[in-house]
Design a protein around this ligand. Structure first.
Ligand SMILES: Cc1cc2nc3c(=O)[nH]c(=O)nc-3n(C[C@H](O)[C@H](O)[C@H](O)COP(=O)(O)OP(=O)(O)OC[C@H]3O[C@@H](n4cnc5c(N)ncnc54)[C@H](O)[C@@H]3O)c2cc1C
Length: 400
């Protein structure tokens, strides 16, 4: 027997779960398929997010509130205090979100990788799943691709419909350790040096009282070697006696959002659509919101009886109206800092020295948590503007 649904969602990360919750709450018959044996199974790491994206039922996943951020460039260090967002346990966060999707009426199947899309002409009409000798064709009016950007089967729209892969030269690779035996505080350390992390950065996040997450993300690196080098050489005081107890590899496309995020019968949301703020690699908040928009547009299109690319373009219009300028600002600033990265980061930290308001503005801009307002404060400063370059500053401030 062939299973039939209104919406099949591939991927049980934040984008897929938010889409499932919304589409089911809008009355759709929804099935979410997750490749891993458990929801939140792939992304087990901590994630740094703005506090306001963690709504009450999801607050259980908070493991730290960041009160201080220490910035390290090759030859400079400074520390800024303030309210700089929240660190969550992604494994738990994704499970809590799954519980909400189920409560809205969505069905969730784990250990179900989508291997192929079912096509009728050039329109996507379902998914083919195959695992452990078991296979099934699942038909649907529409598929939401929420497969992220990390595995060989991820980003179905990109690979199966647009028939390309992420640009290798703009694909950041990362590795992150959960470290035990840590003397923790509520601070985040960010390290900017092309030695460990070309076109990226390294970090240490608190994870509860006794653990920390230490990670490295960069282009053309061997992420395992880079992370060992970072931890071994850098001498971060709170990691002096720490030992890794788990490792998480990942990848992050730095090329920005796909120019096309929907086609006939398919919408991509979150990492699968490249909705990532590349300056810091933040993506959870876009995944949540774009998943939500995708779920709503999907049900509206199905109700209208037309799931063509033309109708689904409403998704593209809505998410771009909310995030396109923000994501492009991140890309412009990232490209500017990528040139002579180490010198620029030293110059940037020198320009921030002794200016607490500007330090906070830089962290808000780097994370993208409070871009509006902070971007102007930061880039209107003469010294900072010289570091980013006049052209980048003008283009960034002109974004609407
Ligand atoms: C090392 C690292 C650190 C990061 N830190 C932060 C941070 O601090 N803050 C932040 O906001 N963002 C961070 N990000 C980015 C953030 O993780 C992503 O933007 C976010 O997870 C995207 O959510 P998503 O649901 O689109 O994809 P994902 O979270 O990647 O979820 C995709 C899901 O789809 C499943 N899947 C894949 N292929 C298939 C298939 N064929 N069939 C079925 N299921 C499939 C996967 O198993 C996975 O569960 C980080 C990323 C990395 C790599």
């Amino acid at each position: 027997m062939v299973e039939r649904y209104d919406v099949v969602i591939a991927g049980g990360g934040p984008a897929g779960l938010a889409a499932a919750r919304t589409a089911a709450a809008e009355g759709g018959k929804v099935l979410l398929l997750e490749l891993q044996a458990q929801i939140g199974g792939q992304t087990q790491s901590a994630t740094w997010v703005p506090t306001n994206v963690i709504t009450p039922p999801l607050k259980e996943s908070i493991v730290a509130n960041t009160k201080e951020v220490r910035l390290h460039s090759p030859h400079k260090e400074l520390s800024a205090s303030g309210d700089f967002g929240t660190i969550i346990d992604r494994r738990l966060f994704d499970k809590l979100l799954a519980a909400e999707a189920i409560a809205s009426g969505a069905e969730l199947w784990v250990s179900c990788p989508v291997k192929e899309l079912l096509l009728s002409g050039d329109a996507v009409r379902g998914a083919y799943v195959e695992a452990g000798g078991w296979a099934e064709r699942i038909e649907s009016e529409l598929v939401i691709d929420a497969t992220g950007a990390r595995g060989e089967w991820s980003s179905l729209l990109l690979r199966k419909v647009l028939k390309r892969d992420w640009k290798r030269e703009l694909l950041a690779l990362s590795n992150e350790y959960l470290m035990a035996n840590v003397t923790n505080d509520q601070s985040v350390d960010l390290f900017f040096t092309s030695y460990f992390a070309p076109l990226g950065h390294a970090w240490v996040y608190p994870f509860g009282k006794r653990f920390a997450m230490a990670g490295v993300q960069g282009v053309r690196i061997h992420p395992d070697a880079a992370l060992d080098e970072f931890i071994g050489r850098r001498g971060v005081p709170r990691l002096e006696r720490a030992v890794p107890v788990a490792a998480f590899r990942g990848q992050l496309p730095l090329e920005g959002p796909l120019s096309q995020t929907c086609a006939n019968g398919i919408i991509a949301a979150g990492g699968a659509a490249g909705q990532i703020y590349v300056l810091s690699g933040q993506g959870l908040r876009y995944a949540l919101r774009c998943g939500e928009i995708a779920g709503k547009v999907a049900i509206d299109a199905i109700t209208e009886g037309n799931v063509s690319a033309g109708v689904l373009a409403d998704y593209e219009r809505q998410w771009r109206a909310e995030f396109d300028a923000e994501l492009r600002a991140g890309q412009l600033l990232h490209s500017s800092l990528s040139v002579s990265h180490d010198q620029r980061m030293d110059a940037l930290l020198s320009a921030l020295e002794g200016k607490p308001k500007l330090q906070r503005a830089f962290i808000d801009v780097f994370t993208g948590f409070r871009l509006e307002g902070s971007l102007k404060v930061l880039l209107k400063d003469e010294e900072i503007s010289r570091v980013f370059g006049r052209e980048t500053v003008e283009k960034t401030l002109a974004l609407k």
